[in-house]
Design a protein around this ligand. Structure first.
Ligand SMILES: NC(=O)c1ccc[n+]([C@@H]2O[C@H](COP(=O)([O-])OP(=O)(O)OC[C@H]3O[C@@H](n4cnc5c(N)ncnc54)[C@H](O)[C@@H]3O)[C@@H](O)[C@H]2O)c1
Length: 242
């Protein structure tokens, strides 16, 4: 179980929700964690332990990212999880809405993946990167076009980076969660909507963040040593019906 002992794992957006569950899961498997979030991820850090490294910044801020990575002793694992959405139909979207979503989901992922990959290459020990995307990369959920498009782009960037980084033994995979019960999701839906929506899914309920974290733990572990360039769904079967 403590198969990640000796590894340094970076998790973005680890202050709550899926990112928090991922950080806790990787820590339980022995990794040392370096976590960051827009808001101080102190609650997650306290739950993991005192050797947790924390950063509070916007992932789309290149300078802040460079400073964070420069302060890390090493980087073996990156889980690029930070994300948000602005849900409006095409005709109501402001340019600033689209720019914000793309800055966080695409530039944020670019900065973290590039900086992590450069460190991994310099170390010469390989590495594992997981980009958290979404089933909305291929399910055209209405009023969510900037998010849907950015997640589709990140799937394809992940596959491209997997090919580029394979000679360095750095594996890159994307993981698409289905509908997951998180604070972020609760900002968009009432309890009743979550229950009724969940009942319509093949497995009859929303995912728990811990279930997404188990999928990530597999992808970064040595059990997945021959897995790169995949887009793995942990979605309760929603891709089968949408
Ligand atoms: N919950 C779902 O149903 C669902 C489904 C598919 C994919 N996802 C993806 O999973 C990831 C986590 O989602 P969640 O539901 O846990 O969301 P959440 O809102 O509950 O948590 C997201 C965390 O990321 C942080 N964050 C947001 N923007 C940031 C930025 N610019 N810089 C740094 N940190 C930032 C937030 O502060 C928050 O702590 C996201 O990439 C999301 O798109 C979620």
């Amino acid at each position: 179980m403590r198969d990640l002992t000796g590894k340094l794992a970076v998790v973005t957006g680890a202050g709550r929700g899926i990112g928090q569950a991922i950080a806790l899961e990787l820590a339980a498997r022995g990794a040392r964690l370096a976590i960051c979030d827009l808001h101080d991820p102190c609650e997650t850090a306290a739950a993991i332990g005192p050797d947790t490294i924390t950063g509070t910044f916007d992932v789309s801020d290149r300078e802040a990212q460079e400073k964070f990575f420069a302060g890390l002793p090493r980087v073996d694992i990156l889980v690029n999880n930070a994300g948000m959405s602005i849900r409006k139909p095409l005709i109501d979207l402001e340019v600033a809405d689209v720019a914000r979503v793309w800055n966080v989901l695409m530039w944020g992922a670019f900065h973290t993946c590039q900086l992590a990959a450069r460190r991994m290459i310099a170390q010469g020990d390989g590495g594992a990167i997981v980009n958290i995307t979404s089933v909305l990369a291929h399910v055209p959920w209405a009023n969510s076009s900037p998010y849907n498009g950015a997640k589709a782009a990140l799937n394809q960037m992940s596959r491209t980076w997997a090919l580029e980084l394979a000679p360095h033994r750095i594996r890159v995979n994307a993981l698409e969660p289905g509908w997951t019960d998180t604070p972020g999701e609760r900002a968009f839906s009432t309890e009743e909507e979550l229950r009724e929506g969940g009942a319509k899914l093949p497995l009859g309920r929303l995912a728990r963040p811990e279930e997404i974290a188990k999928g990530v733990a597999f992808l970064v572990s040595s059990d997945a040593s021959y897995v790169t360039g995949t887009v793995m769904q942990v979605d309760g079967g929603v891709s089968l019906i949408e």
